[in-house]
Design a protein around this ligand. Structure first.
Ligand code: PFF
Length: 441
């Protein structure tokens, strides 16, 4: 059977940007910026995206396109030996990330309904904290929403690349941009918004610590979907005549723009409502509903916002599921349908203890609950290790062969290919090792 491929360049870019743009951009980025002191964090983040992000995005895509395989098969083909273990770790990471990603994504669905129902509109910030706390610790509702969300992902992935993932992304991503623009305009035109804009754009270097750097690089990798073979998998459906460096750059620009726009949609509004941006993960679910309660047209914008989050989460979760499904289809010759159903069920099963660990099952292992462990192991450990080995693999093992592949056998003029290999060989591995070591401390 010939492998499926993306129908158009636009379709590939929307699907890949769909993977990159997710809860990471709209939920995690604004609250991390809020915690890490605003403008300075933004600058460091942008630096990491430009230095490491684009290089590793290109590395993953090219490994996929050269082999037309899932991450395990790709490393088997090009590297042999122990290299497929890197792909295997990616598949496991995809599975683990998806299991808690659907839990948070489920909350966004629930909040669309809560907003629409109007019950959040007259709650005080303290009440909103209670509403959120009670919702996520309930043993049934959030589990059901995670299940619904998992079902939606499975529906998209079961339809395959062209008529499933590509089609959904081509519809959803433009809607996402539109909603985001509407929200930015609302936020920055509120009285008192300037203070938030200043917080976001003017660096306050006093707030910068080593932690700011590790947070920025971790955020950069998570946001670009790097380190677990999602982009290897998406690259494996990419036709050989596409301009890979140009498409990769486009994806990086889109992902970064969405993060910045999300910052503009959220931070000025938070300041305008007289609230603090440092609420952490609760910023989106506690602080923002308070903002929506306080601004004109808040309910409408609130519904739009949570739809935006749900869409962003869906196209990312789809890519996580696709990594694992592609592995079972390629390596175990399973049908796409069967693989999708099986993986979704197991993932949902693994999501249940994550959700329960925020409420009825509050057992802690070394200070972390089950969901915290899942997130920590995958995002802080597996993703950086995966990205480290991918960079080393493409930089050293493939080397000039990779340059040949990204230039379509020398027929495309690609600037700075030498710099690309240099980053993959030295800068990226050292930078990543450094985050790993400091996050273990
Ligand atoms: N990039 C996604 C986000 O920013 O939410 C998360 C993600 C998706 C990470 C897919 C890794 C991945 F393979």
């Amino acid at each position: 059977m010939t492998r499926e491929s993306w129908g158009t360049r636009f379709g590939f870019i929307m699907a890949t940007a769909g993977s990159a743009v997710g809860l990471g951009n709209i939920w995690r980025f604004p609250y991390t910026t809020g915690e890490e002191g605003g403008g300075a964090f933004l600058l460091i983040y942008l630096l990491f995206i430009m230095v490491f992000g684009l290089a590793v995005v290109m590395a993953e895509l090219v490994v996929g396109r050269m082999t037309q395989r899932n991450p395990v098969g790709a490393f088997k083909r090009l590297g042999g030996g122990q290299w497929p273990l890197v792909g295997m770790m990616g598949v496991v990471a995809g599975f683990v990330i998806l299991s808690f990603y659907i839990v948070v994504a489920g909350w966004t669905l629930a909040y669309v309904f809560l907003m629409a129902h109007g019950s959040l509109a007259d709650a005080s910030p303290a009440n909103l904290e209670q509403v959120f706390g009670e919702f996520i610790s309930n043993p049934i509702e959030p589990v059901l929403y995670a299940g619904i969300f998992m079902g939606l992902c499975a529906l998209v992935v079961a339809h395959g690349i062209g008529s499933g993932i590509e089609r959904a992304s081509k519809i959803f991503m433009p809607i996402l941009f539109l909603i985001l623009i509407v929200l930015v305009v609302r936020s920055i035109t509120l009285p008192g918004a300037e203070e938030g804009i200043r917080f976001f754009l003017i660096p306050d270097w006093d707030k910068v610590s080593t932690n700011t750097f590790t947070a920025a690089i971790g955020q950069a990798f998570f946001s670009l979907s790097l380190g677990m073979g999602a982009l290897i998998t998406y690259g494996s459906y990419m036709p050989k005549d596409h301009n890979l460096p140009a498409d990769a750059s486009m994806v990086v620009v889109l992902d970064t723009s969405v993060a910045i726009l999300a910052g503009f949609a959220i931070l000025p509004a938070v300041f305008a409502a007289g609230l603090s941006p440092g609420a952490g993960p609760g910023l989106t679910f506690i602080t923002l509903p308070a903002v929506f309660a306080a601004i004109p047209g808040g309910q409408f914008f609130g519904i739009l916002f949570f739809i935006l989050l749900a869409i962003a989460a869906l196209t990312s979760a789809v890519s996580l599921l696709e990594v694992v499904v592609a592995y079972f289809v390629d390596e175990h010759k399973m049908s796409r349908r069967k693989a999708t159903i099986m993986v979704s069920l197991i993932c949902f099963g693994l999501g249940i203890p994550s959700s329960l660990s925020l409420g009825v099952w509050d057992a802690k292992f070394m200070d972390k609950g089950f969901m915290d462990w899942m997130e920590y192991l995958s995002v802080n450990l597996m993703l950086p290790v995966g990205a480290l080995f991918t960079a080393l693999f493409v930089g050293w093992r493939l080397g000039p062969k990779a340059i040949k592949a990204i230039t379509n056998e020398g027929t495309l003029p690609v600037p700075a290919t030498g710099l690309w290999l240099f980053i993959l060989r030295y800068l990226a591995p050292l930078g990543i090792l450094w985050i790993l070591i400091s996050s273990l401390n």
